[in-house]
Write a protein that binds this ligand. Structure first.
Ligand SMILES: [Zn+2]
Length: 344
């Protein structure tokens, strides 16, 4: 960074996680160990939008990592009103928003309602997108903001109990899967047994249809030698979060990511404490962004990411720390470098 102070990024984007807005007095998390600032989260979103609006290089887009409004809105019949409030703030921002779906989206809305809603970004983007098969009802798609770079939005609740009709085959299959790992009557209560903790109702996973689609997107990106950032509400690397926040079949997704040289970064929310780990297999950066909802009113939790040919520079605000995410040298470059050495 110090060697090239004048270098302009190819593009920038904003990222923010777990706003969980509700017009309610402050509360706490399930275990009552953390405070949740339901109203203040809107002000923290305004802070982020102000920063992006005033940036010298305006973001090309903003990624909202899921849990945009809190599930408590549903109890107060306030889901639509809360969503209106947050989306009207986002509309004052400098760029279009790519919405990811988290567990709180499903506490408020059914999957079929979400697919028709303003939170289905494939309906509202002016960019061309490559979406998962339409008949699958999976909310996953990819887009390329700048040639050479692709972003993939994944659906972490494609397999899961949330948002599905109890009569549906997907619900029945997911219930059978979770029951194999979690004998508790309340399926929001985890089994405290290491990695098994992830089998709770507030998590979910990726179906074979989505995994196959994802694999094909990455194969195409490999061929085109693109750099791919993957986005999901649920983290998939055990060292980037705690087991209680991992996707059910995180291992299957991780193995696909590891098999493609195009993957450079994986961004998630859901774990309000945040996390980071650089995978030793392939060098992909796994970033879990700190959640707005558990950030005190005098703090902040968002980031602006500047993308260069060889790296992404994440400028964090408040609880989010700055990071330089270098891209792993790809195999073709390694081969070229070795050939060059041999010739000389
Ligand atoms: Zn969540």
């Amino acid at each position: 960074m110090e060697n090239c102070p004048e270098q302009q990024p190819l593009f920038t984007f904003g990222v923010i996680a777990d706003i969980q807005y509700a017009d309610l007095v402050d509360g706490s998390n399930y275990t009552r160990t953390r405070k949740r600032y339901y109203r203040s989260s809107l002000q923290l979103l305004k802070n982020a939008l102000k920063s992006w609006n005033e940036a010298a290089v305006k973001p090309e887009f903003i990624i909202q990592l899921g849990d945009i409004i809190d599930g408590f809105n549903k109890n107060h019949d306030a889901s639509d009103r809360a969503l209106d409030t947050v989306l009207s703030e986002f509309s004052s921002g400098p760029a279009e928003v790519h919405h990811v779906w988290g567990n709180h989206e499903f506490y408020n809305f059914s999957r079929s309602a979400l697919l028709r809603s303003r939170l289905n970004s494939t309906l509202h983007t002016e960019r061309s997108v490559n979406a998962a098969p339409a008949d699958s009802e999976i909310y996953a798609y990819s887009f390329s903001p700048v040639p050479g770079f692709t972003f993939v939005i994944l659906d972490g609740y494609d397999v899961g109990l949330l948002g599905r009709e109890e009569s549906s085959q997907q619900y029945k299959d997911s219930l059978s899967l979770i029951r194999q790992h979690n004998p508790n009557e309340d399926l929001n209560c985890p089994v405290f047994k290491g990695m098994e903790e992830r089998y709770t109702m507030f998590n979910g996973g990726f179906s074979k249809v989505q995994l196959d689609w994802f694999d094909s997107v990455l194969s195409l990106a490999d061929e085109k030698q693109e750099k791919v950032t993957i986005v999901s509400h649920l983290p998939v690397h055990p060292r980037s979060t705690t087991p209680i926040c991992l996707a059910w079949n995180y291992d299957e997704l991780l193995s696909i990511i590891r098999s493609h040289s195009c993957a450079v970064c994986f961004m998630a929310g859901h774990d309000h404490d945040g996390g980071y780990h650089r995978d030793k297999k392939g060098g992909v950066h796994h970033l879990t962004l700190e959640g707005v909802i558990e950030t005190p009113p005098d703090g902040n939790a968002f980031a602006t990411v500047s993308v260069y040919e060889d790296r992404m520079e994440l400028r964090g605000y408040g609880r989010v720390r700055d990071r330089v995410l270098m891209f792993a040298q790809d195999k073709s470059n390694i081969v070229n470098a070795m050939t060059g050495l041999q010739i000389s």
